[in-house]
Design a protein. Structure first.
Length: 254
């Protein structure tokens, strides 16, 4: 798969999962997201080690890594000319207690072998069966991202847009999203990672979507969204993606 096609598939999967975000119509459709935040976990073919090898063959370069020990996350920032930044967030299963970790692994091991290989692991949907509502709740209590991954699989969690590329200040875009029914979250960490103070950042949860769990339970959950960001110092030479996470979370990976 070529990089352009891969990115298109990521976007199509994202707006299929969140149709309300795909139909906002607030800015031109040809404006690319500055970055796409993807969630995965450190197990088998879904690990960042395997995925970054595939992404590098498509032309992405791993620019830097971040470690959020308190959240059990390793984050890889990958970039390529003319493409959105990829913020690949990897949940470390060792951060979970034994019982929920084993339950999640048991679910993952039910993936069909054909769904565990190929270039499109991040845009083909959940490769394992839907969890039960009870398991989802157990994982949610342990670590919200573990529950998200159990129900959604490795894929885009949210897209981030640079207000400068959109041609409007963040305050004006916030009002436009508000008129469209999108309310800004008070959680600056967008449910995943903290954002650098060098950016003004706002996260908008998507409308809740109905999910059908293993025993047929139906529940409406908000499982993603979109973000807006603009630089506090517009003259900074770094790109928005490079300034996204706080500098103190950067790490060197052996």
């Amino acid at each position: 798969m070529q990089r352009e096609e891969f990115e298109r598939q990521l976007w199509l999967d994202y707006i299929h999962t969140h149709p309300d975000l795909g139909g906002l119509g607030i800015w031109p459709l040809d404006v690319k997201a500055d970055y796409l935040t993807l969630l995965t976990l450190n197990h088998g073919p879904f690990s960042a080690r395997h995925l970054t090898q595939t992404l590098q063959r498509m032309g992405y370069v791993c620019v830097t890594q971040y470690a959020l020990a308190d959240k059990g996350l390793i984050i890889h920032l990958l970039g390529a000319p003319g493409s959105s930044w990829l913020v690949l967030v990897e949940l470390q299963l060792g951060a979970l207690c034994t019982t929920p970790r084993n339950a999640l692994l048991e679910l993952i091991e039910q993936s069909h072998p054909q769904d565990c290989k190929g270039h499109n692991l991040l845009c083909r949907g959940r490769p394992w069966p839907m969890p039960s509502w009870a398991l989802y709740q157990e994982l949610e209590a342990e670590h919200p991202l573990a529950a998200w991954l159990a129900a959604m699989g490795p894929r885009v969690h949210h897209a981030g847009f640079d207000c400068q590329a959109l041609g409007e200040p963040i305050t004006a875009l916030d009002k436009a999203l508000g008129r469209a029914g999108m309310q800004c979250s008070t959680n600056r960490q967008n449910g995943i990672f903290p954002v650098s103070s060098s950016l003004e950042h706002r996260f908008y949860p998507a409308m809740p979507q109905k999910l059908v769990f293993r025993q047929g339970d139906e529940h409406r959950l908000c499982l993603g969204g979109l973000a807006l960001a603009q630089k506090v110092l517009s003259e900074s030479p770094a790109t928005l993606g490079e300034e996204l996470l706080p500098a103190h979370t950067r790490c060197e990976m052996a």
